[in-house]
Design a protein around this ligand. Structure first.
Ligand SMILES: [Zn+2]
Ligand SMILES: [Zn+2]
Length: 436
């Protein structure tokens, strides 16, 4: 145990030891654990070095915020003290940059856009590098370290339950609410951390990641918060790959639809409206016309039964227009026929072709091979879809009555689970679907 740790709870002793440069390692964490607000404040008011992990968290340990969140999740005072220290450090680095960097450099780093209510946040790493080019090394206590070119929100959300430093016993991430008072993210935002849309090394924003929990819990309050703060659920990453939050939620819905019960409907609709209810991802697969639309992602994730209850529930929840409904049904129809024909996916439905996996895989040799193998079946699929669209145009009744009639015919032509590929192909080609 460090000498300073013995002085915790004894203000005068702490002050003396701090004055003489006592080693703070350990003492700070112990003071947080004991919720000794005064000692935490005294230590953080000094220029004690905070390692990169202390500020931003990292692979080797929790950030101070994670640590406080795990050990005293309701202690707003301690949280405020920690965030204030982060703000102070960020301001010091900014002031150094304003003094040392040319006007041009400042503008290219966006420093002219920071007003007094904002702090550097994810810019801190680039600023540190720019200062380095001027041979200015930041003092040890301001060291920004390598790899912290992410916003603090990205770091907080990257720590997931199960590794010991998320929101303690609550099974929540550090960005989620544990209580009724301000959350960590509110405290950070109110203190000037505004980089809500900063991307991690993989090109993900915190909001995009929150939209893809899949089999884990959906943190609706976190999603809502990022939306309210102007976070974008749909964007292109630096490599040009499209990221779409509504597609992530659609996949999650196909796995755990029970998490989408009221009152999250409004939040889901907001994501859907911002991304587009019939917006495309950048997949290329015969299962979709031009890319997957969200409802097709739902239908592919559920068992094939001509637009299951899950699909209908998704359409209800996302509150689509009648025109969008026509598009959705046609794409669900295509995805279902694709499945009945026994074709292989080359889209996000297959994990290896997920848009955020390696791009080489996505349109690489295996991808091409699968496309070639299914080419003839794809012609049969197109013939079915043409028939669907032609009949739909002629049909005067409602979409749902047409839908029921359509599947009665298809159940004869392309019965589920029977001699799929060949039968379907020859049925489609030989009869040319004319009799229907
Ligand atoms: Zn597909
Ligand atoms: Zn897709």
């Amino acid at each position: 145990m460090q000498p300073l740790a013995f002085s915790i709870g004894w203000k005068v002793g702490t002050a003396i030891l701090l004055k003489f440069g006592a080693n703070l390692e350990g003492a700070l964490l112990l003071a947080i654990e004991l919720q000794d607000t005064d000692t935490v404040a005294m230590i953080l008011e000094t220029d004690c070095p905070l390692s990169v992990h202390a500020v931003w968290g990292g692979t080797e340990g929790p950030s101070l915020l994670h640590y406080a969140d795990a050990h005293c999740p309701f202690n707003q005072k301690i949280r405020d003290i920690i965030v204030k220290r982060f703000v102070r450090d960020m301001r010091c680095i900014r002031d150094l940059a304003l003094e040392a960097l040319s006007q041009e450099e400042q503008e290219s780093l966006g420093l002219h856009l920071l007003d007094d209510t904002m702090v550097l946040d994810e810019k801190v790493f680039e600023v540190g590098q720019a200062l380095g080019r001027h041979n200015i090394r930041l003092p040890h206590h301001l060291w920004t370290g390598n790899g912290c070119h992410r916003s603090i929100y990205g770091h907080l959300s990257s720590v997931w339950p199960g590794n010991g430093y998320h929101g303690s016993t609550y099974g929540k991430t550090s960005l989620e609410s544990n209580e009724c008072g301000p959350t960590i993210r509110d405290t950070l935002y109110d203190n000037g951390f505004r980089s809500v849309d900063a991307r991690d090394e993989g090109g993900n924003t915190p909001l995009y990641k929150e939209c893809r929990p899949f089999t884990s819990e959906v943190h609706w309050d976190v999603i809502k918060w990022f939306l309210d703060k102007g976070g974008s659920p749909r964007y292109h990453d630096d490599t040009g790959r499209l990221r779409s939050g509504i597609h992530g939620l659609a996949k999650t819905f196909s796995m755990r639809s029970e998490q989408f019960a009221s009152p999250c409907e409004r939040i889901l609709q907001q994501v859907s409206e911002r991304c587009g209810a019939t917006s495309l991802d950048d997949c290329r697969c015969y299962c979709s016309s031009y890319g997957c639309i969200p409802v097709a992602v739902v239908s592919k994730g559920t068992r094939l039964d001509r637009g299951s209850a899950t699909v209908l529930e998704w359409l209800r929840l996302t509150n689509i227009t009648p025109v969008q409904r026509e598009v959705c049904y046609a794409e669900v129809c295509r995805a279902e026929l694709f499945g009945r024909l026994g074709m292989a996916h080359t889209c996000c439905h297959s994990h290896q072709f997920d848009p955020i996996t390696d791009n080489d895989l996505k349109e690489g040799s295996e991808w091409r091979e699968l496309r070639d193998e299914d080419f003839e079946l794809s012609e049969a699929l197109d013939a079915y879809l043409k028939l669907y669209n032609d009949l739909r145009k002629e049909h005067a009744g409602s979409l749902s009555s047409f839908w029921d009639g359509w599947w009665q015919v298809i159940d004869i032509l392309l019965p589920l689970g029977k001699d799929k590929g060949e039968l379907a192909y020859y049925t489609a080609r030989k009869k040319k679907l004319k009799t229907y």
